[in-house]
Ligand binder design. Structure first.
Ligand SMILES: NC(=O)c1ccc[n+]([C@@H]2O[C@H](COP(=O)([O-])OP(=O)(O)OC[C@H]3O[C@@H](n4cnc5c(N)ncnc54)[C@H](OP(=O)(O)O)[C@@H]3O)[C@@H](O)[C@H]2O)c1
Length: 408
């Protein structure tokens, strides 16, 4: 498998709630410049070009600001026959569509981007865009109107989602990146650091500050030649970031665990006075005789605090009909909402809450606690439970689109 495919091939399978998943791809110099003489050509080496084209081959839509289209003389995206076959196998159109953000509509409508017959570009405009220009653009492209004076990118992305896009690759420039970041619409940043100083140029977001810092989690850092390839994910987004490493094998680990399926559980702890519950995906039988189960709780989860001193916890295995329960316990944090006010439950053995309507659950006495990193494993001795009929288990892949109420 190609190195780019191994490190970025999961992008089309990632999901965001209510809009397409957005990854921004940029190249910057070692001192943070994103252009030399107004163009990127002198920054990207062969490996970066390879990644640029590979990421394009994954996208449903390439989102880009009009100034980048003008400066870089954008043409229609080219995708090799082999990558087109991959796209068809994933259910995508053979080539991605380009979506240009513009208010002036100062675009070369006679140029190859608008005249090629491979795919029809999209132009995202605000209401305030000139009517005559809009009509001219509509003759050669699909026009999406989003926002009044300037383009509302959240609305624009939702409209791209309605056209069937689930993965949008944003290729900048800094003005569009900034508008996305301002509304916290960037799920990932794929950043290449090129081994060169440029000086005197701005960075990957335009120079205005953001209202809040947006924290990123490093998914990987890889090197090829002297280029450094960084892949960041917004800290609160779903997906399973790998350990940080420049070792190629760790990327493989990330991909393997992200694509595994395993049963989803709701673990509850506490008593009628103080109780908590959370959606958990890490757990396995740990011994047959004696019967033992190991379940792992994230340290930042509210339930971890309640379970820290608990003698018992209840583990509920969700069925395919219990997705609403996964949403309740997986998308909100017990620090902020009382999940138990929104579901029916009974007091079980030693007062632990048992969710009504979940066919398969057991209560386990906590025999041991093992610190595994950002999680703690509870070794459980089952002391009570029920094994009612259920259609089939709810798996991790069924709920990957849920946004956790906390960072882990
Ligand atoms: N290093 C890299 O990876 C990389 C990547 C991309 C670009 N670049 C460089 O970045 C430079 C261009 O970046 P840039 O920041 O000047 O421009 P940009 O983000 O590419 O485009 C800005 C233009 O997009 C439109 N636009 C953006 N946000 C809008 C909104 N909310 N509502 C309406 N229109 C909006 C406007 O178009 P109108 O003017 O048509 O109204 C605006 O002038 C170029 O030098 C390019 O080479 C570098």
């Amino acid at each position: 498998m190609d190195w780019a495919e191994a490190a970025y091939g999961d992008l089309p399978s990632l999901r965001a709630a209510g809009r397409p998943y957005v990854a921004v791809n940029m190249v910057a110099s070692a001192d943070g410049a994103i252009a030399v003489d107004g163009r990127t050509a002198k920054l990207g080496g062969p490996s970066d070009h390879h990644l640029f084209h590979y990421l394009r081959s994954l996208a449903d839509v390439i989102l880009v600001g009009a100034q980048t289209v003008r400066a870089e003389h954008y043409g229609p995206p080219r995708v090799s026959d082999e990558r087109q076959a991959d796209r068809r196998a994933r259910g995508q159109a053979p080539v991605p569509r380009v979506a240009i953000v513009s208010r002036s509509l100062d675009l070369d409508l006679d140029g190859p981007l608008f005249t090629a017959d491979t795919s029809r570009p999209i132009v995202i405009v605000p209401e305030a865009a000139d009517r005559e220009r809009r009509a001219a653009v509509a003759a050669v492209a699909e026009v999406i109107v989003a926002g009044a004076e300037v383009v509302d990118l959240a609305a624009g992305l939702r409209a791209l989602g309605e056209l069937g896009a689930t993965f949008v690759l944003c290729e900048g420039g800094p003005t569009v990146n900034h508008a996305l970041a301002r509304d916290d619409l960037i799920d990932e940043l794929c950043l290449t650091i090129a081994p060169v100083f440029v000086g005197g140029s701005s960075g990957i977001l335009s120079s205005k500050g953001l209202a809040d810092l947006l924290e990123l989690t490093l998914v990987h850092a890889r090197t090829r030649d002297d280029d450094l390839f960084l892949r960041y994910r917004r800290a609160d987004r779903s997906g399973s970031p790998a350990d940080v490493a420049v070792l190629p094998g760790v990327d493989a680990f990330s991909r393997i665990v992200t694509e595994l399926d395993y049963p989803m559980m709701v673990v509850t702890a506490g008593t009628a006075e103080e109780r908590s519950g959370c959606l958990v995906g890490f757990g396995t039988q740990g011994s047959i005789s004696p019967g033992r189960y190991v379940v792992l709780l994230s340290k930042v989860n509210h339930t971890f605090g309640v379970a820290r001193d608990a003698d018992v916890v209840a583990v509920h295995f969700l069925s395919s009909e219990d997705r609403h329960v996964a949403e309740l316990f997986g998308s909100a944090t017990g620090d902020e909402v009382d999940k138990f006010a929104q579901c029916e439950w009974d007091e079980g053995p030693l007062g632990v809450p048992i969710l009504r309507g979940i066919a398969r659950w057991f209560v386990g006495r906590v025999l041991d606690r093992v610190d595994t990193g950002d999680h703690v494993a509870l070794v459980l001795d089952p002391i009570a439970g029920e094994a009612g009929p259920w259609p089939k288990q709810l798996g991790f892949q069924d709920v990957r689109d849920l946004h956790p109420g906390h960072p882990a």
